[in-house]
Ligand binder design. Structure first.
Ligand code: ADP
Length: 190
């Protein structure tokens, strides 16, 4: 299986790039943000629980995210692979993911990290807030919280994969297609 962690701060373009990658490599797109928004729309207990954290720009507790991801992996054990988007977001989640995959004789093939300057991220998120209606993109304070949470809790995940020799960085500024091509080149090297 080809199992890719697509990594980067909020607004880096993970969702956009995931679309291109799943089409090209026929992978299952596992976006924890999308899964939570789906639960929210459907009004499930999980959605209600996650909403408060998401609205504040904070992380949903690890155990909740991890069990949701585990269910999804089990549903798709026959897939060609997964693209993990927005997960793992803490080192604890990264360790749990490795354990889950090992239990199924699987492993992460590599991480692709999209790098985008903070000013550009803020601009993109505010723009997305205007067009998508996503509550967590609509005010500067919430955006600041998410960027801070990324720096404090999520960026160490890059070091985790670096120490396994699986870290690959890509410049996430430029045309969508040009970035997709660079991502493909990295994936083809896995
Ligand atoms: P973005 O990448 O733009 O921040 P996402 O759609 O990935 O947006 O996530 C939106 C929100 O969902 C996060 O701010 C967080 O509250 C919650 N969330 C998503 N993935 C995770 C995760 N792996 N761990 C904890 N919380 C998560």
């Amino acid at each position: 299986m080809l199992n890719i962690v697509l990594f980067g701060p909020p607004g880096a373009g993970k969702g956009t790039q995931s679309e291109n990658i799943i089409n090209k490599y026929a992978l299952v797109h596992l976006s924890t943000g999308d899964l939570f928004r789906m639960h929210l729309d459907e009004g499930t207990e999980l959605g209600k629980m996650a909403q408060g954290f998401m609205d504040q720009g904070k992380l949903v507790p690890d155990h909740v995210v991890i069990s949701m991801v585990e269910d999804k992996i089990k549903e798709h054990l026959d897939a060609r692979g997964f693209i993990f988007d927005g997960f793992p977001r803490t080192v604890n989640q990264a360790e749990a993911l490795d354990k889950m995959l090992t239990n199924h004789n699987l492993a992460i093939s590599g991480m692709v990290a999209l790098q985008v300057p903070e000013a550009e991220l803020r601009k993109r998120l505010l723009l997305r807030g205007q067009t998508s209606g996503r509550a967590d993109d609509q005010n500067e304070e919430k955006i600041s919280t998410r960027i801070k949470v990324y720096e404090d809790e999520t960026s160490p995940v890059a070091d985790y994969y670096q120490s396994q020799g699986k870290f690959n960085a890509i410049e996430g500024v430029g045309s969508i297609d040009a970035i997709s091509e660079q991502i493909s080149a990295v994936i083809d090297s896995f």
